[in-house]
Design a binder for this molecule. Sequence first.
Ligand code: NAD
Length: 309
Amino acid sequence: MRITILGAGAMGSLFGGLLAEHGHDVELLDVNPNHIEQVRNHGLTLETEGKGTRVIRLPISRPEAVVRRPDWLILFTKTMHTQGAMEAVRHVLHDQVMVLSLQNGLGNAERVARFLPMSRIAVGVTTVPADMTGPGHVHSHGAGHNRMMMADARPSEALQALADALTQAGLPSTLDASVQAAIWQKAAFNAALNTVCAVTCATVGQVGRLPQARELAHAIATEVLAVANANGLEVDARGLHDTLDHALDHHLQHKPSMLQDLLAGRPTEVDAINGEVLRVARGLGIDAPRTQALDALTRLRQSLVLDPR
Ligand code: NAD
């Protein structure tokens, strides 16, 4: 199985590195010149719980320079870079290639479907954590699990084979028919916590300490759940509110990725999270006023960070 990772940041490098470490034929593609140079000249340093720190050698290049035609393309850019990344590898997209997206947010299959049929796209959610601690250096603290399914919900031996390879490599993965509900549940969690922290610069613990802020996060989650339900998905409401409470009470110092992106002067994934929820809500004639307010405020902060005139 030839596996190409498109977007080899924290998650892509972790998945690619672990697969390569377990004997799979993996190539990384990225656009970050410092990361490419470091991995090419000194290898990829992986730091994971239980296995410590080690250096893994594997090929890396820019997407437009890739020549190898993959069996599986695992997409791990941030959602706003999907289109550009897929365009850059168009020349190696043959009529058997399969794509897996475990990116956060909604609409990931639809973005990839501009390049190949839904029958060759798989989507899912991951709770595996990863951070880039510097170019060529990835750290993963704690365990996680991947749930995935073909976007057209058909069974797939190819996806089962990929899930088995990921599991063997230390990334437990299962095929799950209810993955769309899981994707919405994670989007609801991110719409609730990511945007509130991004707009206010608060850590998750600081949101949890103030009753009104805590209530706002739960109210946003409830709004997103109502949209998911109206869209025909049965999302586990109790599970979502419990996960939210657990994060608010225990992940005290955590800065969600949207806040980290803004602090680093980068765009956020707000369009794939709040933006997509609002597009679906509008199509169904549902109001989601808190989700909409946080969407606007996050976009405002993002525009000020990207263009502070
Ligand atoms: P990241 O920013 O660390 O990595 C994204 C990589 O994509 C970067 O290295 C960037 O240079 C690269 N990239 C940007 N444009 C590109 C292009 N045109 N072609 C190729 N590469 C390009 O992000 P991440 O934390 O690895 O997250 C990836 C996805 O996984 C996101 O959707 C995120 O929400 C999701 N996710 C992350 C975590 C986590 O713990 N980091 C957990 C679950 C889900």
